[in-house]
Design a protein around this ligand. Sequence first.
Ligand SMILES: NC(=O)c1ccc[n+]([C@@H]2O[C@H](COP(=O)([O-])OP(=O)(O)OC[C@H]3O[C@@H](n4cnc5c(N)ncnc54)[C@H](OP(=O)(O)O)[C@@H]3O)[C@@H](O)[C@H]2O)c1
Length: 336
Amino acid sequence: MSWLLWIIFISLGPLSLGLWHRFRAGSFFGRRCGKAPNVDMTGKVVLVTGGARGIGKQTALAIKQMNANVAVLDIGFNDMEKLAFVEDTGLEYFECDLSSQRSIENFVRQFTFKHKKLDVLCNNAGIVYSGGLNTKVTEDGFSRVIGINFLGPFLLTQLLATLLLASPCGRVVNVASHQHENGTIDFENLQSFNLMDPLPYANSKLCLVLMAKKLNRILTAYQQKGEALAVHPGAVYSTIHKNTPAIFKIFFVPFAWLFFRSTMEGAQTSIFACTYPDEQRRLGGTYMEHLQVSTSKNPLSNDEELQDRLWVAALDLCFKGNSKEKCNFTRLLSAH
Ligand SMILES: NC(=O)c1ccc[n+]([C@@H]2O[C@H](COP(=O)([O-])OP(=O)(O)OC[C@H]3O[C@@H](n4cnc5c(N)ncnc54)[C@H](OP(=O)(O)O)[C@@H]3O)[C@@H](O)[C@H]2O)c1
């Protein structure tokens, strides 16, 4: 019996610290961050992927409250919670599965029919695990983590290039993660990564950072008004770990609930990155966290040769070698 009392006694300390952090001091591991300032976004068209749940939902809602015309792309609007959210808030919403190139192309057709420009694209949707080993593949033959986290958003961004370039200052915000610091790129196996690789999530997030930096360089090289950057939301208590093994969830979920940021707190850096005024154009090409420009500890993220190589490899994978036939940034800008 005494061992039980000891366990209770030892657990009380961290539990009270956790409760104090959750209800009084804010998140601990996620570090408290400030609030993105309110900006008048009247007239701007903003698209948030994965915008019906979690960090994306809070991002879409906050930007809508700044008077922007916000559209949400997400999977599974048969989920009542998601449907109620978009309908109650009056957000425009599109069903699209970022793991499917066909679905992305369909979405772009619908979106282009309704909108003549896109001011901000927030590539927020992402998964951590695909529900099992990294062996599940998308219908296009990519591993699900790389397909949903990077190749889907990459294709989406390329196909929306015309609309982004039609905006006076089109902006792309990639929601990455500090996990990108553990990432590497294996060009021999880019579409599926190594099935034994323990870090497909980190690799996919590194790809998003590299993509933002490369896109920003392209826009700058063509003296194009517009920019691209990557953000880390902090450690956030959301549903992103739903596919993790149950044994992991038993420990992780209560811990995350106590110590991590709320989705509202986690959305602040994305909101800031999507809404800071165009005339302050000095954040393009950066990596931001806690509402500030940050320095990535992964030297690969600033390697321009790697950024160029990844860009070309991703174009090849997404357009199956027919990149010239489709719209993409480099082609559109060279035609200017
Ligand atoms: N939470 C964190 O601690 C954390 C830390 C660093 C970075 N991030 C990044 O922040 C972003 C948002 O994460 P979150 O925590 O808000 O996750 P979340 O709560 O799981 O929300 C992600 C949203 O994206 C949707 N989605 C998933 N697969 C999709 C697909 N194939 N096509 C279209 N939409 C899809 C999800 O739909 P379903 O829920 O129906 O699957 C959900 O609505 C992610 O990119 C994540 O990697 C999160």
